[in-house]
Design a protein around this ligand. Sequence first.
Ligand SMILES: Cc1cc2nc3c(=O)[nH]c(=O)nc-3n(C[C@H](O)[C@H](O)[C@H](O)COP(=O)(O)O)c2cc1C
Length: 406
Amino acid sequence: MPKTYTVEIKPGFYLLRIDDDQIKYFEGLWYIPEGITYNAYLLKTKDGYVLFDAWKHIYGKEFINELKKIVDPKEIKYLIIHHMEPDHSGSIKDLLEINSEILVLGHPLTKGMIESFYNVKPKFKPVKDNEVLEIGEYKLQFIYTPWLHWPETIMTYIEDLHVLLTCDAFGSYNILDKIYDTELSPEEHKEYMFYTRKYIATVIGHYASWIEKALNKLESLGFNIEMIAPAHGIIWKNPDIIMKYYHSWSRGTSVSGKKKIVVVYSSMYGFVDKAVKEAVKVLDEKKAFYKVYRFLDYYRDKYSDLLADLLNSSAIILGTATYEASIFPLMRYILDLIIEKIPKNKKVLVITNYGWGGVAGKKIRELLTNNGFEVVDVVEFRAGQIDKFRDKIVEATNKLLEILGE
Ligand SMILES: Cc1cc2nc3c(=O)[nH]c(=O)nc-3n(C[C@H](O)[C@H](O)[C@H](O)COP(=O)(O)O)c2cc1C
């Protein structure tokens, strides 16, 4: 059963969190055995309680029970909606059934979404970009951050508490029995950053250029942020560190500066597998930093983990076969994910093969080049002829390493 938390993180300011350890595929798409948390926040003011976001619809009852630990839900005066995706807005309907007097504040687009998604007509006040609203003793500033993750997404800065509420941005997969980043050991922090990267790549990777825009906007506003409170995962008490990671990842680079090569390949009967292993031998000899993702007949890695590693990589070695006069279907899907979710700053070496007429190599080169990736080389060989192509694969892998400066 999902665990819930109510924690007073600043005087009169509460985190309401549920750990969803039941979910398998976030958005019905991304495999997350590590789970995810949904975080809402509640602020007690002299002018009544202000709620920021909610939980996923299936946890509506639990959400109301959690609220009741602090306040009678009928007494909540304001609801600020940062983002209408149902993992945050789902249980708003449960709240509105109890309290129809609540004033909902959000981006102008939020009104149409809430009315349509949940067939409700709450009192609604649109907020403007950078608008400051005084509620009780607090000043709340709303910042439009479009496409982090939807067009209506906003953030709130609570000036007096120095807290920035960011919804999906700075969120993460994974469930820890901890509240703040400062509670993590260096090993836990390292592991957690993988899940944070996986979350960015899978959920907001498509809008990476908007991450950079939002970061610049936040920095230009000159807030004195002490705490970043996202809607998933732990709260960041070191805002500069997570901001640094975000800057780097949104550009597709690694914070450490280490050049990572992601080797990703499919193989039905082992021909591509054999060829790619020749490239990996070179990576080992040259002590290159690499990660391998395989899609085989007896084993398959996870697309979502692959995207996490691709996001901050420098290069990709991609292997697959010609299939029905095209690219092996599973690799077509992976290529689609690479094109849609990953920054284009990667050098790519392609290794393909075929039974009677090669098509995949040419198609992959075209696809990647047309979408802004640099294809360093394509090595294509006929099934079983790896001995004749070994030197070409070694040469192409060395060329890739040279280009990377390794
Ligand atoms: C269903 C299927 C469709 C294929 N279609 C083609 C094709 O259109 N053209 C071709 O040259 N080879 C085709 N092949 C042959 C594969 O490309 C070839 O066997 C390749 O070596 C497979 O590599 P792998 O076992 O490492 O995946 C096909 C193989 C299968 C199983």
